[in-house]
Design a protein around this ligand. Sequence first.
Ligand SMILES: N[C@@H](CCC(=O)N[C@@H](CS)C(=O)NCC(=O)O)C(=O)O
Length: 218
Amino acid sequence: MSLTLYYHPLASFCWKVLIALYENDIPFTPQLVKLGDPSERAAFLKLWPIGKFPLLRDQARGQTVPESSIIIEYLDQHYPGRTRLIPEDAELALQARLRDRFYDLYVHMQTQAVIDNRLRPQDAKDRHGARNARTRLRTSYAIIDEQMKGSGWAAGASFTIADCSALPALFYASEVEPFGNGLANVSAYLERLKARPSVARVLKEAEPYFHMFPREGD
Ligand SMILES: N[C@@H](CCC(=O)N[C@@H](CS)C(=O)NCC(=O)O)C(=O)O
């Protein structure tokens, strides 16, 4: 098999790529990496010294591809299927890329900041950073609620890269900063995402690892 995905089933940015792979039934070898294991970490750092996953290795094309959004672009270019993750229409493609960036930067990364703070020892907490991240999350939720008034997907009528990004971002964000009342469109969109077969499969595979998610420590 040509493609190997270095990943962890609980790692939110890996979900983005798993959803893309499952959307188009692209065959790949899943390579689970335990970054906490010194020898697995050392081997992974040889492939990608930044040490973050997902990472895709394409043996047939001799390419090693980091960064979830770039991996999805790569899959869409070289392993296209029934779901075009980057729309062919240039304007729609721009929208999809913008929403992908939005979910990564203003939802996903903010959620990671809150989680990172939970994992810090008491004497190294960054409460200011975590508070700012929650404020940014609430601003993002309001923007998304406005965008998702209809029943469509993040960048229009078709499922795209933006939806691959939205699921892990909103799933974990809603754990650390619940939507509460008044965000019916965001909640409905998250439920729509969860019902998508590619997403349901990713969540099912992550289930055995959910106990590892830090639920307290703010
Ligand atoms: N910008 C990267 C972010 C990747 C990322 O943050 N991955 C996390 C897992 S969700 C990771 O590797 N964490 C391990 C670490 O930072 O040591 C992408 O989109 O792929």
